[in-house]
Design a binder for this molecule. Structure first.
Ligand code: GTP
Ligand code: MG
Length: 359
């Protein structure tokens, strides 16, 4: 399962965001480097389609899709040279599939550190760029030697040199404008700034009515290469601790949180890596399954059980909202509205599936 790593300066609110998503479990404290060892947790992907299908089928159990988050220790200036948690921190980032920047925009005299989200972003990105620059330069020297013997390595060397120029100028690769082909050549170097990015701007309690203003400088800096989500992490975390659904909604309303900063965030993360959802529904269980955009029916069947892929015959399918209009799978079937799809069918986001198989 893919992991999203929280990256930011100490006291930015990474552990608080983790707690908001996972319902607790991480130490959030007003001193730097409160987090030393990473925390790993999962958040459910809220999905009204799943809830509606479960109600239709009167399912005994409902299983949402999940996204995995890693709360990593804080980064400081000089991390690329071993300052603070230095190398441990960089190793933790290297392992994740995508990066979530947590950028502080809340003022609080009891919590040390700057409250300018652009400051946070610049410091963090410079360290990641410097770490990548060291990797790229070492790799370029090695591959330049190989290129003397093997002409086919020349393109890779050129890509490494282009990356070196960009990183040296302080631009992370994800928003560098390097071509897809160049980035393909860089893949084996496992660079930190080549990973997909999402940014959370952690806004203070007093700024709930100015969320977009506080995020605007970060949005401008990201230049459309990453989604930016402003929210008050502290209030979201406090609200998330309330177990009862109705009470939680009431508190969110009273605090003026509106609906769904966390929901939007989880959806953003889920979509960032090109993930899609198909659904299965029945009396026993309704469930949301995460699949790779472009995956065909047998691959999706294999997510449910390997036998379903091995013995795949066909997928019976209908879109979730269409199924709802019939009120049950059997009624939709009677009306001839369930499609029968073969092994080349590309499953679509929001499809409900039943797999026919034989092993
Ligand atoms: N007022 C206010 N305080 C916040 C907010 N978010 C986090 N804090 C506080 O800031 C402090 C640091 O938060 P953490 O979540 O521990 O920060 P972190 O990024 O995990 O920090 P490190 O683990 O040290 O890197 C805690 O005391 C939080 O309660 C917020 O939105 N508003
Ligand atoms: Mg922490």
């Amino acid at each position: 399962m893919e992991q999203f790593g929280f990256v930011g300066l100490p006291n930015a609110g990474k552990s608080s965001l983790f707690n908001a998503l996972a319902g607790g479990g991480a130490l959030a404290a007003p001193y730097p480097f409160a987090t030393k060892d990473k925390n790993v947790g999962r958040a459910r992907v809220p999905d009204p389609r799943l809830a509606a299908l479960a109600a239709m089928s009167k399912s005994r159990s409902v299983v949402p899709a999940t996204v995995e988050f890693v709360d990593i220790g804080g980064l400081v200036e000089g991390a690329s040279e071993g300052e603070g948690l230095g190398n441990r921190f960089l190793a933790d980032i290297r392992e994740v599939d995508a990066i979530v920047y947590v950028l502080r925009a809340f003022e609080n005299d009891d919590v040390m550190g700057p409250a300018d989200p652009l400051d946070h972003l610049d410091t963090v990105e410079i360290e990641l760029c410097l770490a990548d620059l060291a990797t790229v330069e070492a790799q370029a020297t090695k591959r330049a030697k190989a290129a003397k013997l093997d002409k086919s390595v020349a393109a890779e060397v050129a890509a490494l040199e282009a990356a070196s120029d960009v990183l040296g100028a302080g631009t992370p690769l994800y928003r560098s404008g390097l071509s897809t082909e160049q980035r393909e050549h860089l893949r084996t170097a496992f660079l930190l700034t080549d990973k997909p990015v999402l940014a959370v701007v952690n806004v203070g309690e007093d700024d709930l009515d100015r969320l977009d203003d506080r995020a605007a400088p970060v949005v401008a800096r990201m230049g459309g290469f990453a989604e930016v989500l402003p929210m008050c992490v502290q209030l979201e975390a406090e609200t998330a601790q309330v177990e009862d659904d109705a009470e939680r909604a009431e508190l969110a309303e009273a605090l003026g949180l509106g609906e769904g900063a966390l929901t939007r965030f989880v959806h953003g993360a889920h979509h960032l890596l090109g993930r899609r959802t198909f659904l299965t529904t029945g009396e026993q269980e309704s469930r949301a399954w995460t699949f790779r955009a472009g995956a065909k029916a047998p691959e999706c069947a294999g997510l449910i059980h390997s036998d379903l892929q091995r013995g795949f015959i066909r997928a019976e399918t209908i879109r979730w909202d269409e199924l709802l209009t019939f009120g049950s799978w059997s009624k939709a079937k009677d009306q001839g509205k369930i499609r029968s799809e073969g092994k080349d069918y590309e499953v679509q986001d929001g499809d409900t599936l039943e797999i026919r198989f034989n092993v």
